[in-house]
Structures are given as structure tokens and as C-alpha cells.
Ligand binder design. Structure first.
Ligand code: TYM
Length: 336
């Protein structure tokens, strides 16, 4: 029986944080057992923000190493670099022709970034979701594990697939398979440590707002200690007046592996001081084996490159066939 397909990506921006891990990487790792996984380093997406050409290749490799350290198993899933599989850019070009600009302008991420960038907002930023649709549709993905911030882009992917199928599909024969987003019931929206109403983000200028997977134990302890709190005694989930308490408890629940009920019971009478010490240690303990594996992997560059080469070959085989199918449906002349 064919395994269902999952596809997910992460931008190589230099830091991978707890939000990326708890929101997306963790579910990709869990799903790879029973699904066929295609995971990639989204370097073509990283260039839509200002970026340092001297660091892109290195960040691409370190992000791949972190994916592996978090548990992506190259025997089960294909791990590759997005720009190494040319079909991603090529299909994006084709999908662009069925995607109304009006829909792209409505994307929250575009609007947020465009406000900051004004006249300098690029075409790459606007068509970012079209490239994402290409990433996903190339592999006939069934499920796409992402954090909540990407849900709107997934809905657009479904819309683009439906438009393309309507225009170029024939009766009973779809060109693209329509994927479903997969959001973790907990962890899909990990919030900033310095403001419980903002998501934890790579682009936040304050490093103290996030826990990076490679932060040292001392840095983790210091960041948790400084995390924003409130002055109410006792800790509780789900109180809209207390977003920081909810966020820190949720992180504790996920990294400790305890149930929500157990955490609520354990922490209901704690003050933030006592709880923060507990939380910091739980994060340190959870990340220690990931950090250890990461160090081993980055030191073995031959291994890392061989994984990415193998992943690229596996991805290319599937992606090129889908691209061919899409071009054929649009009536392109075959390559001579
Ligand atoms: P990126 O690199 O911003 O983030 C990688 C993944 O982490 C999730 N995430 C979060 N989840 C929970 N809480 C947070 N605070 C948090 N911050 C980030 C993101 O939702 C994402 O799943 N456009 C994507 C990369 C991408 C992609 C794709 C993903 C490119 N093509 C195709 C899936 C399928 C992005 O910017 O991820």
C-alpha cells in the first residue's frame, strides 16, 4: 500500500527556535514513521527577506543538520535543499499564471511585511505563497505539518490546486492532489517570551524573545528567568487575561511530555519564580540530546552532504514527474 505523503519546509535563517520545533518539526518527525516524508530547507523562501549571501549556504547546512538532530530519519524520509530541485521554481512560474494577485495581496504575512517594507516590498514577497504551493503540489502531499502562521498559505495552496485542476484538468482527472494542513493541537502557535500576544519569531530583533534550539543551558535559564509574567498568583491555562502564563505552561507541557491536566495540577499553586526554574530545566533536558546529535552531525560534513544528495535525487524523481504532468496539461511542447 502506498504511504500517504507529507511535505514540510523551514527557512534557513540562522536560528531554529522552539516555535519551529514544537509547531512543525516535531509533527514531521512523528509522522515519518507511517508516511512518506519530503522535508526541505526553504532557501528560495529565505531570500525574500534581507539576507546575507555569505551566510546562506552555511545556514542551509546547519538547518539541515538540525532537522536531522530533531529526528528526521533519512532512511524513511527525503531531506533536501529546495533550490537544488529546479522543479520548485519552474512549477511556481506555472502556478503564478492561475493565481490572482488580489488573493496574494490578502495574505496576512504579505500585508505585515509589506507595511514594514513599503515601496521596497518585492515581487518575491508577494509570490512567496505561490512558491509554497509549488513545494507542496509537486509531491502530491496529503498532509502538510505547519504552525498556525502558515495555515492561510495552505488554504491558498488548496485554492491554487483547485483553480489549476478546473482550468487544466479533464473530467475525473485532476492534475494536482489537494493537501490538508496539519496543525498540532498544542504547539501550533508558540508565543514570544517577551510578549505573550506575539508569536515566537525568527524576525523578532530581540533574541531574548525566543529559545533557539542551540541555546546553551545558561542562555536558556537566563531567557526563561527574564520572560514576561503577570502578578496573579498561581498558574493556569486558557485565561485570556494571562497569555504569558498559558504560553509558558504549554511549553512546559510539550517539553516535559506530561499531560495538560497533570501540568495544570502540578503548577496551579506555584509562583512564576518556582515555575520558571522547573520550566528552564525541562527545556534544557529536552534539548540536550538534540544539541548533542547536532554537534555530531555538523562535524561529519560528508555524511550531511550525502544525506542531502540522496534526498535531492529522491525528491527530483517525484517532482520532475509532477512538473511534466502539469506542463503537459497546459499544452507545452515536449522537450526535444
Ligand atoms: P518558517 O521557517 O518560518 O517556519 C518553519 C515552521 O515553523 C512554524 N512556526 C511556528 N510554529 C509554532 N509557533 C511559532 N511561533 C512558529 N513560528 C514558526 C511555521 O509555521 C513553519 O511550519 N513558509 C514556511 C516554509 C515553507 C513551507 C513550505 C512549509 C516553505 N515551503 C511548504 C510547509 C510547506 C516558513 O516560512 O517557515
Amino acid at each position: 500500500m502506498n504511504r500517504k505523503r507529507i511535505v514540510s519546509g523551514i527557512r534557513p535563517t540562522g536560528s531554529v527556535h522552539l516555535g519551529n520545533y514544537l509547531g512543525a518539526i516535531r509533527s514531521a518527525v512523528a509522522l515519518q514513521e507511517e508516511h512518506q516524508g519530503f522535508f526541505f530547507i526553504a532557501d528560495l523562501h529565505a531570500i525574500t527577506d534581507s539576507q546575507d549571501p555569505r551566510a546562506l549556504a552555511e545556514h542551509t547546512l546547519t538547518t539541515a543538520a538540525l532537522y536531522l538532530a530533531c529526528g528526521i530519519d533519512p532512511q524513511r524520509a527525503s531531506l533536501f535543499v529546495q533550490s537544488h530541485v529546479a522543479a520548485h521554481s519552474q512549477l511556481a512560474r506555472l502556478l503564478g499564471s492561475v493565481t490572482p494577485v488580489g488573493l496574494l495581496k490578502r495574505m496576512i504575512q504579505f500585508k505585515e511585511k509589506a507595511v514594514k517594507q513599503g515601496q521596497e516590498a518585492s515581487l518575491g514577497l508577494l509570490d512567496y505563497p505561490v512558491l509554497m504551493a509549488s513545494d507542496i503540489l509537486l509531491y502530491d502531499a496529503d498532509l502538510v505539518p505547519v504552525g498556525e502562521d502558515q495555515k492561510q498559505h495552505l488554504e491558498l495552496t488548496r485554492d491554487i490546486a483547485a483553480r489549476f485542476n478546473r482550468i487544466y484538468g479533464s473530467a475525473g482527472k485532476e492534475v494536482f492532489h489537494t493537501p490538508e494542513p496539519l496543525l498540532m493541537p498544542e504547539g501550533a502557535r508558540v508565543m514570544s517570551l517577551t510578549d505573550g500576544s506575539k508569536k515566537m519569531s525568527k524576525s523578532d530583533l530581540a533574541d531574548s524573545s525566543r529559545i533557539n534550539l542551540l541555546d546553551s543551558p545558561d542562555v536558556i535559564r537566563a531567557k526563561v528567568k527574564r520572560a514576561k509574567t503577570d502578578s496573579i498568583s498561581g498558574l493556569e491555562f486558557d485565561n485570556p487575561q494571562r497569555p504569558e502564563a498559558h504560553n509558558l505552561l504549554s511549553i512546559y507541557q510539550l517539553v516535559s511530555g506530561k499531560t495538560r491536566e497533570a501540568v495544570a495540577e502540578e503548577c496551579k499553586e506555584m509562583g512564576f519564580g518556582q515555575f520558571k526554574a522547573l520550566l528552564a530545566e525541562a527545556i534544557v533536558v529536552h534539548l540536550a540530546p538534540i544539541q548533542e546529535r547536532y554537534r555530531q552531525i555538523v562535524e561529519d560534513k560528508t555524511y550531511l552532504l550525502s544525506v542531502l544528495r540522496q534526498g535531492r535525487l529522491e525528491a527530483e524523481a517525484v517532482a520532475d514527474a509532477t512538473l511534466c504532468r502539469a506542463k503537459e496539461s497546459m499544452g507545452f511542447s515536449p522537450v526535444l
